[in-house]
Design a protein around this ligand. Structure first.
Ligand SMILES: [Mg+2]
Length: 265
């Protein structure tokens, strides 16, 4: 625990670590106060491409937690950064929410949305993120572009997402019909892809050994930390129990009930 408290930087997953549904988890306010008091560098990192940093800030503010926009990093931002570096000035057909369109546009990508009927040429990429605006015509259009050579990108590999009443399809499930029909497989950007972790460390300005990754999922957060050289901390406040944890061939460095355990008494 002392070595965890001595880290310079913290990359924290959000859902199941900071909040659950519309409620902050116990001890989160104290943890964030501790981060500020100790002058720690920190980033709230989410695989969801639904919300912009501004919207995430508002979401937390509504729960009574004030965290600046600069502390949020999303798979939409990571995707935009990756695409714009791979092919500056490229174009993309995008199935997603406004936060994803915005992130891509800001890095100079020409974005075509489902409602754009006049796509002049075949776009360089088809990019899919979570969205409620998903239908048969969009899928057919995306398939057409992939058959014509567009590269297929997913913002994250999450298969399921918690809904208010049950479980819904997340990014990878939305890509499944496009992958199955075309026989092409998407490149996925979010955790556990080390791309996103490395960028997170760069934003914080700390080396991987000086940072910890805190999350509630073994197959994204914990493995991402391990593979990127950060200490991985599992919190039991989300989807993983000690029993589930034991089913994986790798272990977190530390297991905590929640982030509220981190500040010194
Ligand atoms: Mg989580």
């Amino acid at each position: 625990m002392d070595s965890l408290r001595a880290k310079k930087g913290y990359i924290c997953d959000m859902d199941g670590v900071i909040y659950r549904g519309d409620h902050l988890l116990p001890g989160v306010k104290e943890f964030v106060q501790w981060l500020y008091r100790e002058n720690k560098k920190f980033l709230f990192l989410t695989n969801s491409s639904r919300r912009s940093p501004k919207e995430l800030r508002q979401k937390l503010a509504a729960m009574g937690l004030d965290v600046g926009e600069e502390h949020f990093y999303t798979s939409a931002l990571a995707t935009a950064k990756f695409i714009s570096r791979q092919s500056p000035g490229c174009s993309a057909y995008v199935i997603g929410e406004p936060a994803l369109f915005q992130a891509l546009t800001e890095t100079g990508v020409t974005v075509y949305k489902a409602e754009d009927t006049a796509v002049e040429a075949n776009p360089d990429y088809v990019i899919v993120g979570e969205t409620d605006d998903y239908n048969y015509r969009n899928i057919c259009q995306a398939i057409d572009y992939v058959f014509n050579g567009a590269k297929l990108i997913g913002t994250n590999t999450d298969l399921t997402a918690p809904l208010e009443h049950g479980i819904g399809p997340a990014c990878r499930a939305l890509l499944a019909p496009i992958e199955a029909t075309t026989g092409r497989y998407a490149y996925y950007i979010g955790k556990p892809n080390p791309l996103m972790m490395r960028t997170g460390l760069k934003i914080l300005g700390v080396h991987s050994e000086e940072a910890a990754m805190i999350g509630d999922r073994m197959d994204t957060d914990i493995i991402a930390g391990i593979e990127s050289g950060l200490d991985s901390i599992l919190v039991l406040s989300g989807v993983t129990s000690r029993e589930i944890m034991k089913q994986y061939p790798y272990r977190p460095r530390l297991v905590l009930e929640g982030v509220g355990d981190i500040p010194e008494e």
